[in-house]
Design a protein. Structure first.
Length: 177
């Protein structure tokens, strides 16, 4: 969505995304949703190579001129042209499930990210402490792994990082340094 279009939308705290001329409106995220997104961003940033950015929503990703998406967490190349939106295929898009976004994230956004060539798509269900990892293979997402609770996922894409679903909700503070 263009900056001009964004200025016409109400400043009500809702998330506005556009898919082929249709606006998708999502209410404010829950506390659990925000904690999970912040913790996952922290884990990714700690391990992120300098040629990438880890960004937490809101950040506009425009894979086409008619689509404006806002993953909860994303990893993008620092070579993306920006500055108002990311345009290159993302290395990682993450959606945190909530009752208001579940079907959109599991069906619509999965399809849109796949079509846009997003290399890896992670779906985290904070209520069940389940992380589902999808990766592109021959232009289609394949389920790489589903990890639950205290089980660890050692990702290679977009870069090596260990993610433990239960830790995304239990950790309350980080050491400085």
């Amino acid at each position: 969505m263009t900056p001009k279009e964004a200025m016409l939308l109400p400043d009500d705290g809702s998330q506005y995304e556009r898919v082929d001329g249709i606006y998708l409106v999502t209410p404010l995220p829950t506390l659990l949703h925000q904690v999970a997104a912040a913790e996952l961003s922290y884990v990714l940033r700690r391990n992120c190579p300098p040629e990438y950015w880890v960004i937490q929503a809101p950040m506009d990703y425009r894979p086409t001129s008619t689509r404006s998406l806002q993953p909860d967490v994303l990893v993008a190349s620092r070579n993306d042209p920006g500055p108002d939106a990311l345009r290159l295929p993302l290395l990682l898009a993450v959606e945190i499930l909530s009752p208001a976004t579940r079907s959109k994230d599991l069906v619509l956004k999965r399809s849109l990210y796949e079509e846009a060539g997003v290399a890896s798509y992670w779906i985290f269900d904070p209520d069940a402490e389940i992380l589902t990892v999808l990766e592109l293979a021959d232009g289609r997402y394949v389920e790489r792994v589903v990890v639950k609770g205290d089980d660890a996922f050692d990702a290679q894409l977009p870069f090596p990082v260990r993610v433990v679903p239960s830790e995304l909700l239990r950790r309350t503070s980080h050491p400085r340094g």
